[in-house]
Design a protein. Structure first.
Lengths: 306, 402
């Protein structure tokens, strides 16, 4: 990246860092949720945007992280920050468990397996009632100040974006992209595709686990139905596609634009906002299949690592 | 990419621009309402899973505001509700209460619809030291978190089946089987029924949960048929209540009493099941034939204002708002600590029934009623002082019905 780009990036970060001191807690709360979406869409991008393996169950990692965080806070008395970070461990463990066998599947089978994973994790959490509270969920102590969560979520979002940049500019990233373009050719060139896919998958599970843990603290109550909705996975996919999959800034752009869009539309057009959102999704898929950045890249010869 | 791309992208941009213009145009109209009236904020599920019941909740608030204003308002000022849609989503409700309190600067807030959303939203009101009169949250655990400014106005989930268990115990029944949907409210209701039954010396022979969205209850029902319990309790919502009842008939399961927690109280239960609904017990927070003061007027005014049928959620929201208004009148101030003091001390009966809370803000006076479907009508059969009929006992076996 050029020094100018770095300069602008640092300026934006600095502005975001001091923002909570100047705005209402509504804006802070809204930004927390936007950060969360940036981290989630960016994480989905790491596996699905780079390798082309569509994960329809990414919310499973988010939910696992949320339950890890909530259990550590409520049962073990951990402070929320380490409890949230610990979500990454369980999410990565789950990714290893499911990714090792399933990433050998090619084509749509991986997507279907992931869809199943989400249901299985949810059912297990509902079943082990004594430990997880079952359908009643887990209540956490009230959160007195949301600013710390703002910084934690913000750092997660920044980390995912930085990680994506590091990957896309590395050989690892190139190999992942070669899997997306033609997996058999990649294998023929000596790339251990199964192992690389697993690495990408593990990385893509870590941050949903962390933001899941922070989310549990922020929402102060979690239960299986609200923590594992398919809609969350779909939203991360849409955000990533809208901005541009396989790019650094695509998920960020998609998450920010769609969050703002939803916030404005839903507040003003109560009964048509879902229809408008749906129309937008259709428009993106039909008109911008490569996302905003994908189209810009093609037209203006932008660098690959954007 | 050929030239057709350029056109398409341009069209999309034009569409987005048009949309943006509309949005910015709309933005000016919100927030212009500062000034005289007391603003009361609430988020309501107007879209999403809870939309139907959420809208009744909103109706209740609006009707209450109209009546309070017709009587001269509060502390000499009119009141006005600022209501947003939370899409039946707890994190959205969190965001909205932040918006209501910090941007719209509402002076008071009232609760949203449903326990999960109240659970989440109350963290915001508590943080900002705003009283929240939670008109439609029935889950006890919400009041076990030590919140200072959160008040409950409806009966808790645990007592939903109190009437059924009372009646069963009076008749000397000994065994009860309980099934429930595995969600916050239904679970609490089922557990409450089990505890009450044990307290009355009955034996709980089965207590099992099924996941939300279950449509086939035959495995559970066959198990129950083998145990042949005197009483069957279903901790249900509407769809599962209907399905369970229908499948009990198909499988010829014959308890002496069968009751459902939620679902049995709505007119559609009888419409969908027809004669199969006969003798089924349902519980409800409120019924329009209970002679609470102002209940008749409420029904008339509701029909006049909204011109449609409603469920208990409307009077519950209305009653909660009346309680809040009364506490503010007595406190003669909008100071949260002064209102809190009055809400803790207040005993009153609204069109929705009795209000009194303990030191946690937890409801202790409001009574659930038990109804039974008789000849296609809902007859209130418990508690005796609010009843307009007697329960028909025992429920005849399916093969002996007309």
């Amino acid at each position: 990246m050029k020094p100018l780009t770095w300069g602008i990036g640092l300026l934006v970060l600095a502005a975001l860092a001091i923002m909570p001191f100047f705005v209402t807690s509504y804006i802070v709360s809204f930004t927390i949720q936007t950060f969360m979406w940036v981290a989630l869409a960016g994480s989905w991008n790491l596996i699905s945007g780079f390798t082309g393996y569509v994960s329809f169950g990414h919310v499973a990692f988010f939910g696992t992280g949320a339950y890890t965080g909530a259990l550590l806070i409520s049962k073990a008395g951990w402070p929320w920050l380490p409890a949230g970070l610990a979500g990454s461990v369980t999410a990565a463990a789950l990714a290893l468990l499911i990714g090792y066998p399933c990433l050998r599947l090619k084509g749509p089978y991986f997507a279907i397996a992931m869809l199943g994973l989400n249901e299985v994790v949810r059912a297990l959490i509902s079943y082990f009632e004594d430990f997880t509270g079952g359908g009643s969920g887990i209540s956490l102590p009230p959160i007195l100040s949301i600013e710390p969560v703002y910084y934690a979520m913000g750092l997660s979002a920044v980390s995912v974006t930085l990680l994506t940049y590091v990957i896309i500019t590395s050989q690892f990233g190139l190999r992942l992209l070669s899997i997306r373009e033609d997996e058999i050719a990649a294998e023929a060139m000596g790339i251990n595709t199964a192992r690389l896919k697993l690495y990408a998958f593990l990385l893509s599970a870590v941050f949903p686990g962390i933001v899941g843990g922070f989310y549990a603290w922020y929402a102060s109550h979690i239960e299986p139905l609200g923590t594992f909705p398919l809609l969350t996975t779909i939203t991360m996919i849409i955000m990533c596609l809208f901005g541009g999959k396989g790019t650094v800034w695509g998920p960020v752009l998609g998450a920010v634009l769609l969050s703002v869009f939803q916030e404005l539309v839903w507040a003003r057009f109560l009964f048509v906002h879902q229809a408008l959102f749906g129309a937008l999704i259709v428009a993106v898929v039909l008109l911008l299949p490569k996302g905003i950045l994908g189209v810009l890249q093609e037209r203006y010869r932008l660098p690959r690592a954007i | 990419m050929g030239p057709c791309w350029k056109v398409r992208v341009r069209e999309l941009l034009a569409l987005l621009t048009a949309l943006a213009v509309v949005l910015i145009g709309q933005a000016g109209t919100v927030g212009a309402q500062a000034g005289k009236p007391i603003l009361i904020g609430a988020s309501i599920s107007m879209t999403g899973t809870y939309a139907k019941l959420g809208n009744y909740t909103r109706d209740g608030y609006l009707l209450c505001a109209k009546e309070v204003n017709d009587q001269g308002g509060l502390l000499g000022r009119k009141i006005e509700f600022v209501i947003y849609d939370d899409r039946s989503d707890p994190p959205t409700a969190i965001k909205l209460y932040e918006k209501l309190i910090t941007e719209d600067k509402v002076e008071l807030v009232m609760g949203p619809y449903s326990s999960p959303i109240t659970n989440a939203a109350s963290t915001v009101s508590e943080k900002h030291r705003k009283i929240m009169v939670a008109s439609l949250a029935a889950t006890t655990s919400i009041w076990e978190r030590g919140y200072k400014y959160l008040f409950m106005t409806i009966s808790p989930a645990e007592v939903y089946m109190e009437g059924l268990i009372e009646l069963a115990a009076e008749r000397g029944l000994k065994t009860v089987a309980i099934i429930n949907e595995d969600t916050l409210f239904s679970k609490a209701a089922a557990k409450g029924a089990a505890d009450l039954a044990r307290k009355k010396g009955m034996r709980v022979v089965l207590h099992e949960a099924y996941p939300k969205g279950t449509t086939d209850f035959s495995a559970l029902l066959i198990k129950m048929k083998a145990l042949n319990p005197d009483v069957i309790v279903a901790g249900s919502y509407f769809d599962d209540a209907v399905a369970t009842t229908r499948q009990m008939k198909e499988l010829d399961v014959n308890p002496k009493m069968f009751g459902v927690t939620v679902g049995g109280d709505v007119p559609d239960f009888g419409k969908q099941l027809g004669k199969t609904a006969e003798y089924v017990y349902g519980s409800t927070q409120w019924a329009d034939n209970i002679p609470y003061p102002g209940a008749k007027e409420f029904v008339q005014n509701y029909k006049k204002m909204f011109n449609r049928e409603f469920s208990y959620h409307a009077p519950a929201a209305y009653g909660a708002c009346q309680v809040f208004a009364e506490a503010i009148r007595r406190a003669n101030s909008l100071d949260p600590d002064k209102i809190r003091e009055q809400l803790l001390r207040l005993k009153m009966t609204t069109a929705f029934g009795d209000y009194q809370v303990d030191a946690r803000g937890f409801q202790i006076a409001h009574k659930m009623v038990l109804l039974q479907w008789q000849e296609g009508k809902r007859v209130t059969v418990w508690p005796p002082q609010l009843s307009d009929g007697k329960s028909i006992y025992p429920t005849p076996p399916w093969n002996q019905r007309r």
